[in-house]
Design a protein around this ligand. Structure first.
Ligand code: ADP
Ligand code: MG
Length: 435
């Protein structure tokens, strides 16, 4: 696998030869691979932005070269450079750089205005991008009417409108409150994980580091070390790397949970847990909806888990049409969903508040929810299996096995699909409980 971006002995000196000469970047060599999420981290003034703008082609190297997709900047024609800027790279800045006199929708569509395509095509894509980031209701407003977090989501939508392969973000949440920051960081994470986009983000905030696959540490214009959270590079590129030791999670409980949710890294537990929970809960509850319906619902479930709204409001908003910023679901489905979430959260609450007596009601919940129809003996087996899982004595696989195994062989004797559904739902409940 070839690197997507190769930085070869790059140096940047501002005002070279003048009295105010500033050596922003000492010799830097770096490779970035497709689908990686890389964070460039270091204190103010260490050269992070200079490196990022060099990759964007906005800052000319004083020495050295940069190659993107096998094409070196030094050999690119003007036309190729323009093409790269228009469709190859999306840029997101700390200051959002929205145009105050244009509506939100026009701001988002701006990068496509000069491409000679139909107005309606452009607007359709613009609306879709706004919807994805939960800001479609703002389409006709002007930037001054939006909060900082909303503006940054607009800026991200704009950066994505030409479907670039690479997203470069310079301190994108530097000006946002922590809640909006988390929201924007989660969007970037999703773009990487779901849309497989390559992301390079600059930050000086250590709390952000867990989001990335790889962290490049800079100091005084140099790369001083590199940490790998999740290695996406080909084997031959993995030399000379300082691996971050995965911190051993304090509790047995968390370990067991992590084995059920493999894409969750221990380092992500603090920062990503709520959005992650929302995603898991949702993908568990609905498998038959389209992407848009799911992404709006995900936003709403997230809000419920953050306790910004209750399930009643979630229900009402799921039921609203897309055009009004809702989920575009029908009423019956929205009600069903709200009730499911409510009942699951009730189990979560019981497990948290009254752990000693929570298993019998939990067993009852599963019996009702999955129409188990079992006799007293098997009910006791069910309770003892649930109890083992709740105490983290066994994990999901073992739980499922015991639920599935026939009564004669010591199991509960549910059918295979039901055993799988029950054990999966129990994992979600355990995940929701963990906080
Ligand atoms: P960071 O993004 O890590 O804060 P920068 O890349 O912006 O760092 O800056 C690195 C160094 O280069 C700093 O000392 C800064 O003062 C200097 N610098 C940045 N941009 C310019 C410029 N356009 N002209 C002169 N010096 C600059
Ligand atoms: Mg900077």
């Amino acid at each position: 696998m070839e690197p997507l971006i190769s930085i070869d002995k790059l140096r940047v000196i501002y005002n070279q030869g003048k009295s105010n000469e500033s050596r922003a970047l000492e010799e830097t060599t770096l490779e970035i691979f497709p689908k990686e999420y890389v964070i460039i981290y270091g204190p103010s003034g260490c050269g992070k932005s200079t490196l990022l703008y060099s990759i964007a082609g906005l800052q000319k190297p004083t020495y050295g070269d940069i190659t993107i997709n096998g094409r070196s900047f030094s050999k690119m024609s003007k036309k190729e450079q323009l093409e790269l800027h228009q469709t190859g790279i999306g840029l997101v800045f700390q200051a959002f750089y929205l145009i105050p006199s244009l509506t939100i929708l026009d701001n988002v569509c701006l990068p496509r205005v000069f491409r000679g395509e139909r107005h309606s095509d452009r607007e359709r894509d613009g609306i879709q991008a706004l919807r994805r980031f939960g800001i479609v209701e703002q389409a006709d407003k002007y930037p001054s009417q939006l909060s900082g977090g909303q503006k940054q989501r607009v800026a991200i939508a704009r950066a994505l409108i030409n479907q670039p392969k690479i997203i470069l973000a310079d301190e994108p949440v530097g000006n946002l409150d922590s809640e909006s920051a988390r929201n924007v960081l989660q969007i970037l994470k999703e773009l990487n994980e779901v849309d497989q986009q390559t992301i390079i983000m600059v930050t000086h905030n250590p709390e952000h580091l867990a989001y990335a696959d790889r962290v490049i540490h800079m100091r005084d214009g140099r790369v001083i070390k590199e940490d790998v959270n999740k290695d996406k590079r080909p084997v031959e590129a993995k030399k000379d790397v300082v691996m971050v030791k995965e911190e051993s999670p304090e509790t047995q409980e968390l370990n067991v949970l992590l084995s059920s949710f493999k894409s969750l890294l221990p380092q992500q537990v603090d920062v990503l847990l709520v959005p992650f929970k929302a995603k898991q809960l949702l993908s568990h509850l609905l498998s038959e909806l389209n992407d848009e319906q799911v992404s709006m619902a995900e936003t709403l479930v997230r809000e419920v888990l953050f306790k910004n709204i209750d399930t009643e409001e979630m229900k009402n908003r799921l039921d609203l049409p897309y055009e009004k910023g809702g989920g575009g679901w029908n009423k019956i489905r929205a009600e069903h969903m709200a009730e499911r979430v409510d009942r699951m959260l009730e189990q979560v609450k019981n497990l948290k508040n009254t752990p000693d007596t929570s298993v019998p009601p939990l067993a009852r919940y599963f019996e009702e929810m999955f129409h188990l129809n079992i006799n007293e003996e098997r009910r006791i087996r069910l309770q003892s299996t649930l109890n083992l899982r709740v105490l983290s004595k066994i994990g999901q696989t073992e739980t499922q096995k015991r639920l599935d195994l026939s009564f004669a062989k010591g199991g509960v004797g549910l059918n295979k699909q039901t055993a799988e559904k029950v054990s999966r739902e129990l994992e979600i409940i355990m995940l929701l409980k963990y906080s």
